[in-house]
Structures are given as structure tokens and as C-alpha cells.
Design a protein around this ligand. Sequence first.
Ligand code: BG6
Length: 517
Amino acid sequence: MSQGSSNPLVDPLDRRLTLIPPPCALVLFGATGDLARRMILPAVYDLANRGLLPAGFSLTGVGRSEWTKEHFVRQAHAAVASGARTPFRQRVFEQLTAEMAYVSGDVADLDTCHQLARVLDGSGRGRRVNGGRVFYLATPPATFEAICANLAASGLASGERSGSGERSASGAKVVVEKPFGRDLESARELSRALGLAFAPADVYRIDHFLGGQTARSLLALRFANRLFEPLWNSEHVDHVQITMAEALGVGARAGYYDSVGAARDVMQNHLLQLLALTAMDQPASFGADDLRAAKEAALDATRLPGPAAQCAARGVYASGWLGNVPARGYLEEDGVPADSTTETYAALKLEVTTDRWRGTPFYLRTGKRLARRVTEVAIVFKPAAAETHRGLDTGCLGSNTLVMRIQPDQGTTLRFGAKAPQTPAEVRDVTLDLAHGHAFTEALPEAYEQLILDVMLGADPLFPREREVEAAWRVVDEVESHWATLGTGPEPYPAGTWGPCGAEELARRDGREWMRP
Ligand code: BG6
């Protein structure tokens, strides 16, 4: 008889894909910008094409450019043509554009929101939208406070204020993208600005790493299998490595990137979220509150296990080669100031001081212009006890390792020892390699589709809340403060390699080494 046959993972994490949200008006601030064009408009179209948008869906763009609705529709068409993952279908696009509108104006100007209110109400969009309005702030963070204040003043978004000053839920939601501030203090400032118009539960912080199948797959692997969970602790695990490596350089984003650097750009959010999912204890349920509580507890317990000088390394790519293609160094990239000291690589050694993990190091690294693009979480196990393999030749045996590959090809590999043929007792490493693309045939929504759908559904188990964001900043702030005291810039590493020597040293000090994915 099978025990525990109802699998808690199925309900909140997967069945949701087949749900259709209630009617919804999506308002896209920054509709003329890069994020809207590259990610949001194609994702909205793909959702429409997959039949996942509600019948009463409308899309209203807001931007400073003096566009007409027709121009917005043409721009949306171009964005869909270049960015959508599903085939173009004229009928679907026309259905979408029938419910599109564009409001031109400065977002800092209250009149823009009054105009928006007239558009939403006047056209019947407001009346039809029983499911609520979603305000997507695809604009620079500096505009958030003004937008929220204007949304509140125009009555478009605010719920009632309680005695503590917090807004109650109003049926309106707001979506913001990472990075959530640039340190703990500005993250709090951001939350305060969003709180001008929205209750904390109506704030959706988007971390696109959590929108794909990544998080869900990681949770499923850990908690739906008997195989791994009993070993998922410091008794059996030697250490954990979390890698997000990019082969691309900074590209056309120097203006943004040079003011943030690798630690703030992705360590604070993507990598620490992966750490939270890997390190957290079993949540009481897979509902939003319990999942979030488990992630928060893991992040609250995460710290540098020693002085930042010993636990952090940073680097900047110098010129080099990616395969046989020459690559410029970061300082030669367009838009990067000649005296920049921004890091394009960061590595940290962290400890999660929970009963499960105390004493087990978590090594995190991320960098641009590394040897190849790969994001993965590797669980490196301790060696088998000596008495269990007496008489076997294990001289060449490496560590048992479970790797959850997140991209580019989602998959799972397990490395362990097997007896080599034609030897009496030699044990060598073998690898089981499962590409999920071969195991499953279903087409899955892309991260932005999933995230937009989740916001409309109000299904938010994985969107990071204020406390998680703050816990992650505490870790990164300590490292940034240390780096700010150093008179030197980051250590150069040649493009196309695996990063600076300082990062190798960080692992070597503990008698360990980074994996070569
Ligand atoms: C973003 C970072 O969040 O993630 C970028 O701001 C980075 O610097 C990007 O290039 C990588 O995302 P992906 O999905 O292409 O691996």
C-alpha cells in the first residue's frame, strides 16, 4: 500500500498552469521601454496564444512617448514578431489589440494617472475587471515612488489604511523587477514607496529565475522523492556549490550594470533565492505562506562564516577568447567608465546556521564572460565511511555529486562510483545524466509568462517578500562594505575562463575546488 499518496507539490505548484485567471486589466508603465518590448509584450501574446488569458483581459500601456494606440499596437506587433515563442496568429493578436489602449504622459505627473483612470473606466475596462488591476512598473526604480503616490491619489490602487499605516488589499496589484534596491536601506525605502498605494500582499517582486521551472523542479526533486531528502543535511553533504555563469559580457547594459555589479545584480536575488530553495527545511505546506516562511528562515540563518576578506572574492573580465572569438575586456566595453571598479564576477562562501546545515559551506559564484553559460546547484556528498569499502580500490573515486542543472538545458545528473569492468575491485566515477527535455514532452510557459500568469491568479508562493529581500541584502551589504574599504579594484580574469584566482583560492583554503560544469 502506498503511504502519503496525496502529493502536496501537485496542487499549488503545477496544477496552476492549467488555471485561467479572472478578468484583469494589465497596466504597463514603461510600455515604450526595453523590458516591455523584449519580455512582457511577447509573454502576454504567448499567454493569449496558449489560451491562458481571461476573457476580460485588457492591456493599457503608459509611457512618456507621444504614441497613439495604433503606434503602440504596431510596436507590440514588432515585439511579438521578434520575441514570442509561440507561432504568430493574426486572430489572437487582433483579439489582444481590440482591448489595448495607450496613455501618453509623464509618470511623475498626477494627470497621467487621472487620464489612465478615465481610460480604464471610460472604455468599460474598469467595469469588466472584477479580477482587479495589475500595475506593472517596467520603469526605472527612481520612478516607483511617484507612480505609487499618483496611483493612490487618483484612487486607482489604494486600499484603506489601517491604524499601523499599512494599506489593506484593494484588488489592485503592483509588479516590480529586481534588483529590489541597492542595499538594505534602499530596499526598505522601496517597500515604503510601494506601500503608499499597495498592501504588502499585493506587491509582486519579480525574480525571473523563480518563474521558470527551476524553483518548482528543485522543490519537487527534494520533497517528492524518498531518495534525496534523508541525505540533505550536514551529516551527509560535504558542501554545496551554486553557479550562475554567463558567457555573455555586459552588452548594451553598461549604464545599468556599472552602477550595480555582479553581487547586487544577481547574487542578492537569483543566487540567494536558489540557496534558500536548496537549504530550506520542509515547509509545513506548499502554500504561499508556509513556503515563504521556510525560505525566510533559511535566508535569516545565512551568513558569512568568517571575515569578508576570507569569504568573498570578486573579479572583472579582461580581454580574452570565447572559443576562437576574441572578446573585449569589461573596461573596453561601450559605456563603461575607464576608472570603473565594478565587479563582473563575485564568489561567496556562506553558512546556513540551521540544525540541518550548520558547518556545511555553501559556495556561490556568478560571473560574466566565463567559459560557458550554465546555472546549476551541485550537492557534493561526503565520502563513504572507510570501513564500508575496505578492499575496494577507490583511489580514483571522486565525491558523489548531485547536480541540478537549471540552464541552458534543464536536467539532473548524479555522479557516483561503480566498479570498472575488467578490474577486480577498482571503483570509478560514472554519471547518470537526465535531460528533462528528453524525459518530458510538454511545452512549458517561459518564465515571464508564468510570472504574469501567477500575478493575475494571485498565486504567489515563490515571489520574494520584503523580509527575504532584506535578509539577502544583509549578506550582500556586508560584502559590499568590505569591498568598499579596499583601495584596489576587482581582480582581472581573462574572458572565457572560470574567473579570478582569488575565487579559486577561496575554495582551496578549505581544501575544496570549484566544479568545472
Ligand atoms: C538578469 C541580470 O537578472 O539575469 C543580467 O540582470 C543577467 O545581468 C540575466 O544577464 C541572466 O538571465 P538569463 O535568464 O539569461 O540567464
